[in-house]
Ligand binder design. Sequence first.
Ligand SMILES: NC(=O)c1ccc[n+]([C@@H]2O[C@H](COP(=O)([O-])OP(=O)(O)OC[C@H]3O[C@@H](n4cnc5c(N)ncnc54)[C@H](O)[C@@H]3O)[C@@H](O)[C@H]2O)c1
Length: 450
Amino acid sequence: MRDPSGVTAGVVIGAGERGAKAYVSLLEAEPDLARIVGVAEPDAARRRALAERFAIPAERCFADYRDLFAEPAFADFALIATPDALHVDPALQALERGYHVLLEKPMATNEPDCERLVRASEKAGRLLQICHVLRYAPLYAAVKQVIESGELGRIVTIQHSENVSYWHYAHSYARGHWRNRTESSPMILAKSCHDLDLLCWLADAAPVRLTSLERPTELTDANAPEGAPAFCIEGCAHAESCPYDAVAMYRDLSPILLDLRARSGPDAEAEPQAEDVPRANGWTGWPVSAITADTSAEGVERALRETRYGRCVYRVGDNDQPSSQNVDVLFANGVNASFTMHSTSHREGRETRIDGTRGSLVAGFYTLEQSAMVSDHKSGRRRRVALDVETGAHGGSDPRLFRAFLAALRGESDAITTAREALWSHRMAFAADRCAREAAVAVWGEQENG
Ligand SMILES: NC(=O)c1ccc[n+]([C@@H]2O[C@H](COP(=O)([O-])OP(=O)(O)OC[C@H]3O[C@@H](n4cnc5c(N)ncnc54)[C@H](O)[C@@H]3O)[C@@H](O)[C@H]2O)c1
């Protein structure tokens, strides 16, 4: 350990939404778990904010990761949460300098770079863990245990869906950073590599065949409501009826709160209606923090007038992420999986169904709820799987992943989302993107299944 106190020390590369919040917030509650002793972030306000939170000295605050890695290594690990296209070089530099690395997904935006990262971490003898957070969600950890217990018998099929809410798709994949697949990465990689990783983990085998279909986005000029102005705030006549109205999304937060407060289950009819949801003027967290550094009322208003986030969602211009994509996979052990990602869900969440020779499991994963029910074929008995569910981003899995990474560094446990483990989720995403565009089938041979 390089920190004189003997506590594990880390540096943050990219102090944005993920780098500054998702994982390191845990250290404010539990400072003895690890210390953050350096930061590289070009945005001065973000850099300063992180430095203040963790008392990072000025000489260890850098505007670029290259400057930080030009210094002799001064911490045990680097948390790398830069934009998708900027993962490979900082990760390689960190590994070369001897840092262990916690790297945001996608590890890279092409397959050769993913393989390069795996080789680099193995050559350096350093842990390279990818942030496939869903494996740490209480729900999916429990589902994995049910499968391993044999309660479902031999697994025959897995049906899994990622129900991306209409507002999240509009925010990230029509107006936001990931709107253009060439500039960032295909949505099946950016959003759903977690889900492809889950399929591999739950099937417990490597894929041998995959194919995919996609539907292009609805959010194009051709579908724009008549007379809609370029920016919603310019007095759009459709604001009251348009679910994508940027003013409602970012100033009032009404669609987002409606989603977060919604509950599924038998009394679904009692889900809150738009008029029941109080408006949340003054909210400064995500997604407002993603559209402007100045989250005051004036700052949000400016972002609504001047940035892409305020634009009519049909008239952004260069968005090309699909509105839905299906991926069908056959695994080496015969498990047959089908995955659907779609972008028009009333609420954000995932649903999973696993059928085996002895039983079936049906599970739901939502922001405030996680549930799983197992049915036994022979007896007809059903049982609800007990879950230790936390609220928070990804159902509490972000801090769990970070805690597991730190435990692996201390040698207390094995990391379950190493870069080698994550290779398949990424290969599947690249293959799905290609197969959807070329109407092809990807076939992997035994030699690639290692
Ligand atoms: N694991 C998950 O579930 C999950 C969820 C959301 C996002 N992500 C991934 O996390 C990553 C970051 O996403 P985000 O939403 O935090 O984005 P963000 O834009 O909020 O943060 C990225 C930060 O990197 C900084 N940066 C850019 N160039 C840099 C450089 N040369 N040196 C140091 N820092 C630099 C930016 O200034 C920015 O602050 C992305 O790859 C994204 O796909 C993962």
